[in-house]
Design a protein around this ligand. Structure first.
Ligand code: HEM
Length: 539
């Protein structure tokens, strides 16, 4: 063989090896580049591609408590390639969420959201000055004076939902609560009765009742299609490895998320296809509702101004000046209105359900709660907004303890907008910093015997409450970016609890697993529903 041929072959082999090495370096560089920037923050070694997702699979959501015990109150957790700097200390959370808010004004945007305008254009994921202006613009709807006007419509949805308990021995309260919290928001946000919690007719009912129920069912069916899509759109935004294929790929290699999504959404049998279809349909339905209401407004502006639902208030605000018109384009109005359902139904339903479930397991708590509720007055006396704030202190404590025990949002996301030191670690611009209120709520420093359900720990006159760090628990988030619907949710949960306990008490059903299993999507939920035995009170 000629020497030049041998040399050529050796060179070609070298070239291939060099190219392979260069590609290898690039891949490793790509995978580990985000890790490199925050490597000083303690945490386990991330595995290529999956980061720490195997730990999530091993420990479930307890993984954050496990890592806090091992690495301290600030540590790294890698969702695939993306590192999260987790903060699990009350003082550090205060620093991130409140004191240094100007460095953390926005939430990090997970890849599943980046392709869904209906999710992206709400307040939750809007950033910068658009967020400030939008939040200030809609704040009036969440003021106590406006919330007080919603009591009659909230109460009527709750009353209607409670009719479903009549004659029942057992109920899946997760389902019932999701339907009436969605109904409440249908009224408050769209000014529409979704009718999801209307009682279904039984064979004992007379013909008229059955007819009304059938009509009602037709309406409910139309709305429930919309809600089904809504629930699908919400629950498919999973952050772990159980989402659609493109979401999973996006966790591992974010640059592949969009190309994968574009291909997979065209294949009928994929979860990506279903997510895309649902988001498009949902978006179209919302656009239609907004367009119809806009047309109605043009026909009769005075009538619209009388309406107090969120959509009408926003459409009226939109017409008030040029900058509002530029800001509140129809796509943003759709997203903001829809966001009520997204942010307010599953969270409120879950929290109320956990409270009823926990009270059902603690008769001594139930007894004290019933005394407070019965002491307020006759069953038909609907509390005013002021009554709700001042006359039900124990109910307040029960709800707080339920939110500590089973938080609906155990993690709260932020993104750093410039280089900064947090907890002694320099963090570069763009770092995802996530607070872990779920870990804080189980910290024995602030909550002695954290596994015990004891509402009295929130008694404002008690030693435990006085000693506790003011940011030891923040179920509604923290700082200027905290939940805008907090007062709305508390008002609704209190009204519901008062109404239900005036007529019924509950016990956990023997058919329900104990301890309950949960699914962790954007919001926590009972995996198999909270099944409760229903006991009518005869007072
Ligand atoms: C028990 C019920 C609820 C819980 C536990 C809850 C919890 C939360 C949490 C933890 C956040 C993130 C806060 C942060 O990042 O600091 C949030 C944000 C938000 N919530 Fe709620 N929420 C509830 C009910 C509601 C309701 C009823 C509505 C609307 C009617 C609502 C609308 C929103 C909105 C729009 C945001 C985004 C705020 C912003 O970015 O400016 N929430 N909620």
């Amino acid at each position: 063989m000629e020497i030049s041929t041998v040399l050529g072959a050796i060179l070609a082999e070298y070239a291939v090896t060099l190219v392979a090495m260069a590609v290898g370096f690039l891949v490793v560089g790509y995978l580990y580049e985000p890790y490199w920037k925050v490597r000083h923050v303690p945490g386990p070694v991330p595995l290529p591609l999956i980061g720490h997702l195997h730990l999530l699979a091993m420990h479930g959501p307890d993984v954050f408590s496990v890592l806090t015990r091992k690495y301290g109150p600030i540590f790294r957790f890698h969702m695939g390639r993306q590192p999260l700097v987790m903060v699990a200390d009350a003082e550090l959370c205060k620093e991130v969420g409140v004191k240094k808010f100007k460095n953390f004004p926005n939430r990090s945007m997970p890849s599943p959201i980046t392709n869904s305008p209906v999710h992206q254009k709400g307040l939750f994921f809007t950033s910068g000055s658009r967020w400030t202006t939008m939040r200030n613009m809609i704040l009036s709807i969440y003021q106590p004076s406006h919330l007080a006007t919603l009591i009659p419509s909230m109460e009527s949805c709750i009353e209607r939902a409670a009719e479903n308990l009549e004659g029942q021995e057992e109920i899946n309260f997760s389902k019932l609560s999701l339907s009436f919290t969605t109904d409440v928001l249908g009224q408050a946000a769209f000014g529409t009765d979704f009718g999801l919690s209307k009682k279904l007719a039984s064979s004992d009912d007379d013909e008229d009742t059955r007819k009304i129920a059938a009509d009602t069912c037709a309406e409910a069916k139309a709305s429930s299609e919309f809600i089904k899509m809504h629930v699908h759109a919400t629950t498919s935004l999973k952050m772990d490895m159980s989402g659609s294929l493109s979401i999973i790929v996006g966790q591992l290699l974010p640059f592949l998320h969009e190309p994968f999504r574009q291909v997979l959404k065209r294949l009928r049998w994929t979860a990506d296809h279903e997510i895309d279809r649902v988001n498009l349909t949902l978006g179209r339905q919302l656009d239609r509702i907004v367009a119809e209401r806009t047309a109605a407004m043009k026909r009769d502006p005075a009538a619209l101004q009388q309406r107090k639902d969120f959509l009408s208030v926003m459409l009226t605000a939109r017409e008030s000046n040029k900058s509002s018109r530029e800001l509140l384009t129809p796509d943003y109005i759709s997203a903001l209105t829809y966001e009520h359902l997204l942010a307010g139904s599953a969270t409120t339903a879950f929290t109320l359900t956990t409270a009823l479930y926990l009270v059902a397991k603690h008769p001594e708590v139930e007894e004290k709660l019933l005394r407070e509720i019965d002491g307020f007055g006759p069953r038909d006396r609907v509390p005013t907004a002021e009554d709700l704030q001042t006359k039900f202190p124990y109910l307040d404590q029960v709800l707080k303890e339920a939110m500590r025990y089973y938080p609906s949002s155990p993690l709260i996301a932020r993104e750093l907008n410039q280089q900064l030191e947090i907890g002694g670690y320099p963090l570069p611009k763009g770092t995802w910093v996530w607070m872990a209120p779920g870990v804080l709520g189980k910290d024995p420093k602030n909550f002695p015997e954290p596994e015990v359900f004891r509402p009295e720990r929130f008694d404002p006159n008690g030693e435990e409450e006085k000693r506790r760090h003011p940011y030891a628990l923040f179920p509604f988030g923290i700082g200027p970016r905290a939940c805008i619907g907090q007062k709305f949710a508390i008002q609704e949960m209190k009204l519901s609890a008062i109404h239900f306990y005036r007529h019924y008490v509950f016990r956990p059903s023997p058919s329900m697993e104990s301890p309950p299993e949960f699914v962790y999507s954007i919001v926590s939920n009972f995996k198999n529903g909270a099944k409760l035995q229903v006991i009518k009170r005869h007072i």
